[in-house]
Ligand binder design. Structure first.
Ligand SMILES: *Cc1c(COP(=O)(O)O)cnc(C)c1O
Length: 359
């Protein structure tokens, strides 16, 4: 059986060494030594100035919206994971969708500009599958209209844009370290910002609003992560380069075998150092996608319709006319991609796809 993804696990002995340390110290959570060590090592690895380790990527989005005091309307993409939209609603703001570009699959800056009203306070854009958005266009719009920018960079571990980390752009970037992501801490996430003031505010939001151990500054939540999760991160970080290099090879094989065979690929931003976090293919029609997916399943191979449905189709969302996202989400399939996936398995997957596209 070939699943769409399979989590990377470090050698058990390496993890157990950290677990021994935790047993010895008896410091299990609340910004412990391993969490602090992971934050330092992540800042160094990713090349970012400030980063806070959190319990997941969804909470990272929520406290970012809180920290920036956004209200009213937030312009966002309908082509993302559901948490991008629901975190806006959870924070009592209204998501307003701007349609995507059919090639990069990222939010279309022209559509952002069209969606701005007097109630707009921010933009929440996803770097889809780790492919950086048109950052300079979004920056210009934000400046012109005095809007805050949050990037949902859940897929962007290790991605650089114009020679620096993509996570350094916008007011805040959020990442996810969920088990299905390229780098994971089982459950986990982080917020990144260039602004020390924002990071200070986010750090209070992460910890119930505690200012000192006996005083509070505003309402916070529990966004902390544990030492056991940090330990998994410290182990996995040592393999991050190897994981990305392997994925580059795997995606290269997919691309070579599927080029000019009736599927389209996502167009990756030229200024980006990509991380190969997913391998999406876009079929000519939903009918072909369904046929191929079924045939893969007959061979115990599980690809995933991702992102599907388009978030504009959610029952609690007012219809807003995003034809590109509606259309692409019906035709896109993420093919299996994980560290242990073998060349022969990729070749098998491609053979099945090519054979069934024709019928
Ligand atoms: C995974 C993901 C999230 C949520 O992260 P969790 O850590 O699972 O809460 C948010 N946005 C995108 C685009 C994601 O892929």
């Amino acid at each position: 059986m070939i699943q769409v993804t399979s989590p990377f696990l470090p050698p058990k002995e390496e993890y157990l060494k950290y677990i021994d340390k935790i047993y010895h110290k008896k410091w299990l959570t609340n910004m412990g030594p391993l969490s602090s060590e992971l934050e330092l090592k992540l800042k160094d690895y990713l090349g970012v100035e400030h980063l806070l380790f959190l319990n997941n990527g969804t909470l990272a989005l929520q406290i970012s919206i809180k920290a920036l005091k956004l209200e009213g309307e937030i312009i966002t993409t309908p082509f993302s994971f559901i948490a991008t939209t629901t975190s806006i609603m959870w924070e009592n703001c209204q998501p307003v969708f701007a349609d995507i570009d059919p090639e990069t699959l990222n939010i279309n800056p022209e559509k952002i500009e069209e969606a701005i009203t007097s109630k707009t306070t921010g933009i929440l854009a996803t770097h889809v599958f780790g492919n950086p958005c048109d950052i300079s266009a979004i920056e210009k719009i934000a400046q012109k209209h005095n809007l805050k920018v949050i990037y949902d960079a859940a897929h962007c571990f290790g991605v650089n844009y114009k020679e620096k980390s993509v996570l350094e752009y916008g007011d805040i970037s959020t990442v996810s370290f969920h088990a299905t992501k390229l780098f994971h801490t089982v459950e986990g996430g982080a917020v990144i910002s260039k602004s020390p003031e924002l990071i200070y505010r986010l750090s209070k939001l992460r910890n119930f609003g505690f200012k000192t151990s006996e005083s509070f500054d505003g309402i916070g939540i529990n966004g902390k992560n544990s030492e056991f999760h940090a330990a998994m991160g410290l182990c996995n970080l040592k393999y991050a380069d190897e994981i990305i290099a392997k994925r580059k090879v795997q995606c290269g094989i997919y691309k070579r075998l599927l080029s000019n065979k009736g599927v389209a690929f996502q167009k990756i931003n030229d200024a980006s150092d990509y991380n190969y976090s997913y391998f999406p293919v876009i079929f000519e029609s939903e009918e072909i996608l369904l046929k191929v997916k079924k045939e893969l399943e007959n061979n115990w191979i599980y690809a995933r319709r991702y992102f599907f449905p388009s978030l504009s189709d959610l029952e609690y969302i007012v219809k807003q006319g995003t034809p590109v996202s509606d259309n692409i989400s019906k035709r896109i399939l993420c093919l299996p991609l994980y560290h242990e996936l073998e060349k022969e398995e990729i070749e098998l997957i491609c053979r099945i796809i090519i054979r069934y596209i024709k019928y």
